[in-house]
Design a protein around this ligand. Structure first.
Ligand code: FES
Ligand SMILES: [Fe+2]
Length: 355
């Protein structure tokens, strides 16, 4: 299985959790989640240790989950607190719990070794708490596609000219080469398209009258978070590469949750430095994003169907593939390192000599 385990994944937006039991699947693990009476989000293995009925089919009694089959009841720590018809509760009567961290109205879940869960590793960016920026949560895009194919699409500025010709791209970017940096922890792919007509998105939301300089920076944080910094400014401003805040700037964020080998959820949202507080603008932007992301969905699901069929030859690689190639390599290394760690302490290799 090619999932990184020691990482935080997005389990949902904060608004998705309330006092109802909800099943969530992350990297093929089924989890039951709810918000308890202290407003904390709780996550546990969605399987009763008795006959394996999913606990999400039971019900909440206060902050405890009562199994829907024989009523065994588990508290927020996963400990069994009641077995109807008997007074002793064996120690094995427990379910695994998961660490949760909720920040920026996003609920993150730690899928790896509990000892290694560190909330300082949860993705955030300063614009979430900056009054000059507006944060708006969009929706969850369900894709019948492997998460690595989804992620690779999010470090790939070249596709917008062809996949999103009416919203995020246009023909003037077709032949502009993509630059890539793999020097840091995140993989960055970007390009500038100077002195060309605005794309559909900025025709709708900008006040541009003539040509613009447009940028697209894709930051992929391993394993599953993508930040797409895109924007435009009047060409007359002659914007420097590090002056993007002077233009109309948007961060489109994508949080990918791998569900299983051919199914992923992409929760998308944006941060913008314009129309702060204007939810009407947020809604209209969502409509455009939805058009664009459904275009990605169509592509990615069609690719998945082909990948699942017998292969005659390896896919070829072209110049724009550097970001995706490095991404896959890094994921492979992380997964392999975890597999080795899972084997436990190395075997003592001291030789014993017999005479
Ligand atoms: S299956 Fe849960 S109590 Fe029996
Ligand atoms: Fe796209």
């Amino acid at each position: 299985m090619d999932y990184v385990k020691n990482t935080w994944y997005v389990a949902g937006w904060s608004s998705e959790f309330n006092d109802e039991l909800r099943r969530v699947t992350v990297i093929e693990e089924n989890i039951v989640m709810f918000r308890n009476s202290s407003a904390q989000v709780i996550a546990m293995e969605d399987r009763c240790p008795h006959r394996m009925l999913p606990l999400s089919k039971g019900k909440l009694i206060g902050d405890d989950i009562q199994c829907g089959y024989h009523g065994m009841t588990f508290n927020c720590e996963g400990k069994c607190v009641r077995i109807p018809g008997q007074s002793n509760v064996p120690r094995s009567a427990r379910v695994t719990t998961y660490a949760i961290h909720e920040v920026n109205n996003i609920v993150w879940i730690w899928m790896g070794d509990p000892e290694r869960a560190n909330i300082n590793d949860v993705f955030t960016m300063p614009e979430f708490n900056d009054p000059d920026w507006h944060a708006h949560q969009g929706e969850a895009l369900h894709l019948k596609a492997h998460y690595m194919n989804v992620a690779e699409n999010l470090v790939d500025p070249a596709h917008v000219s062809f996949v999103h010709p009416t919203t995020l791209g246009n023909a003037s970017s077709e032949n502009v080469p993509v630059e890539v940096s793999t020097a840091g922890d995140e993989i960055v792919a970007w390009r500038w398209i100077r002195d060309s007509p605005p794309i559909g998105f900025f025709k709708n939301f900008g006040t541009f009258t003539g040509n613009v300089d447009r940028w697209h920076y894709y930051y992929l944080h391993l394993p599953c978070t993508a930040v797409i910094d895109f924007g435009s400014a009047d060409t007359s401003l002659a914007l420097g590469e590090e002056e993007r805040d002077r233009g109309f700037r948007i961060f489109a964020l994508h949080f990918i949750t791998p569900v299983n080998a051919d199914y992923s959820i992409d929760r998308w949202m944006h941060l913008r430095n314009t129309a702060v507080g204007d939810e009407g603008v947020s809604k209209k932007m969502d409509e455009m994003f939805k058009v664009a992301f459904n275009e990605d969905k169509e592509i990615l699901e069609a690719i998945q169907l082909e990948e699942n069929r017998p292969q005659r030859r390896r896919p070829i690689r072209i110049a724009i593939d550097k970001g995706p190639t490095v991404y896959r390599k890094r994921i492979r290394e992380l997964v392999e390192a975890e597999a080795v760690n899972d084997l436990g302490d190395p075997i003592d290799s001291t030789f014993v000599h017999h005479s």
